[in-house]
Design a protein around this ligand. Structure first.
Ligand code: AMP
Ligand code: ZN
Length: 474
């Protein structure tokens, strides 16, 4: 597997710290609103990375945080006249629902900033003790950026250039009222409490953490001082990830992350998505018109580092592309209904070999820095090959192998191409009878299993005086 590492600016062969394992941290959303389709891009691409590496046999420990203390959350809470945690809890739940509908697996751990304040105070104290940070009289703690010699190594910015840039743009180096800040590049680790804001006790007075420190602390706690991969959108490279490196490497005395992966931005009709331009879509907006499986597929039609343009036409194209794959799968299932159990002919054996060739192509694309665009092309080629090489006379084993090939590759991308099997009325009634019998025998485990199995297929049971009634959920 080759990964483009933002740190070295080239593709590198991936070598994990521990054989067969991957520790990965992905910066998650700030939860003050429904997530937008830009936020969905890192969720989908890094979930696909996780699925692919799991498929290759790695055990992936995947941590993604929720930033649940932030100015935007506080503003929203004030607007709605609610406590800030009510806002963040609401949008964490909404985000999880969107993730589920986009088939994004829950992380191994989803830490929340507000539950990790103790660790943050500990790391900030350590940075102060080491001379990397200082508190001012109002209770703000700053990181002493220039003391960290490697500052700028991720974004490939150099402090001298940044400084002259600042000057030439006419920025004053000291902002009025912040005289106690030693330097313009020093960033906040801890902010003092303001009226109406959530606050925690600390050695510097009541206050709340800055944004960057939360990721350094959560990555260390759940994954260790040095992790394999740190990921997020490219807007986070500077200053967020640069600051995370400075905090973590100064405090831990060890490299922070070996590989840095950044997704490109999603634009709308070739312009930046923004509320003020009125071209802003939440994932929920898209869900009104499309199955979110289509959104997932759309996101994967580009390699994750390229910019991705979103438009109504491109979504329609993604929808019909996906239908082409699922139609092929449905056709194979249709042929399978009457297929014979005869042995495969020589030609059919050869065709299965050829189908494996498309899988190799898929793997090669994915191994090249997760090139899902080329991986999807390989699936399309496979579909075309399958469509022209099956008919009513094809044996079941052959049809099944081809179906598994298409479904298997799509599954690695987390894209669903098989329609959920509809249960026939007779099957439902047989299961209900079995459930009644199980209850009579006090086998409640089996009875519950059947209820759950039916529920998963959208069948709702109702116990009435006249017996069990059932209906299909809409
Ligand atoms: P935020 O809630 O703004 O911190 O963003 C959460 C994640 O979404 C980060 O990894 C961002 O880089 C990413 N992100 C935000 N907007 C976009 C966009 N338009 N395209 C791609 N990624 C984005
Ligand atoms: Zn982060």
């Amino acid at each position: 597997m080759r990964i483009y590492n933002t740190l070295s600016r080239r593709k590198e062969e991936f070598r994990p710290i521990e054989e067969g394992k991957i520790s990965m941290y992905v910066c998650g959303p700030t939860v003050y609103n429904l997530i937008h389709i830009g936020n969905a891009r890192p969720m989908i691409v890094f979930d696909t990375f996780r699925r692919y590496m799991t498929h290759k046999g790695y055990k992936v420990n995947y941590v993604s945080n929720f930033t649940d203390v932030d100015d935007k959350i506080i503003n929203k809470a004030n607007e709605e006249n609610l406590p800030s945690e009510e806002i963040s809890e609401r949008y964490i739940e909404e985000c999880k629902k969107d993730m589920k509908d986009m088939n994004v697996m829950p992380a191994s751990t989803h830490p929340k900033a507000t539950e990790e304040i103790g660790g943050m105070i500990e790391m900030i104290s350590r940075l102060i003790d080491m001379g990397y940070a200082y508190a001012t009289s109002d209770g703000t703690v700053y990181f002493r950026t220039k003391k960290f010699k490697d500052y700028g190594k991720l974004s490939h910015k150099n402090l001298d250039d940044l400084e002259s840039g600042h000057r030439s743009e006419g920025h004053a180096l000291k902002v009025a009222g912040t005289e106690e800040r030693e330097d313009d590049f020093d960033f906040v680790l801890w902010k003092p409490k303001k009226e109406g804001e959530p606050a925690w006790k600390s050695p510097w007075g009541e206050g709340r953490p800055g944004w960057h420190i939360e990721c350094s602390v959560m990555a260390k706690k759940y994954l260790g001082d040095t992790i394999d991969i740190h990921a997020g959108g490219e807007d986070l490279i500077f200053p967020h990830h640069e600051n995370e490196i400075a905090q973590s490497e100064a405090a831990n005395g060890a490299p922070f992350a070996n590989y840095w992966m950044h997704n490109g931005f999603l634009n709308i009709d070739n312009v930046k998505m923004s509320k003020s331009l009125g071209n802003f879509f939440t994932v929920r907006d898209i869900a009104e018109k499309y199955d979110l499986n289509v959104l997932r597929f759309f996101m994967l039609t580009a390699q994750y580092r390229s910019p991705l343009n979103f438009s109504a036409d491109l979504m329609e194209a993604a929808k019909s592309g996906l239908e082409r794959i699922s139609t092929a799968v449905e056709h194979l299932k249709f042929l399978l209904k009457n297929a014979s159990e005869t042995a495969l002919s020589e030609d059919e054996e050869k065709n299965l070999e050829a189908a494996k060739g498309y899988e190799t192509k898929f793997d090669e694309a994915m191994d090249d820095d997760l090139n899902t665009a080329d991986a999807i092309s390989a699936i399309f080629e496979l579909v075309k090959f399958v469509n022209t090489n099956v008919d009513e006379k094809s044996p079941a084993a052959y049809l099944n192998a081809l179906k598994e090939e298409i479904v298997g590759l799509s599954d690695i991308l987390g894209v669903k191409v098989e329609k959920a099997e509809e249960l026939l009325d007779a099957d439902i009634e047989a299961l209900i009878e079995e459930r009644q019998a199980a209850r009579k025998n006090k086998d409640f485990k089996r009875a519950d299993e059947i209820r759950d199995e039916l529920a998963a297929k959208g069948i709702i049971l109702e116990d009435t005086r006249q017996g069990v009634k059932w209906k299909r959920a809409d």
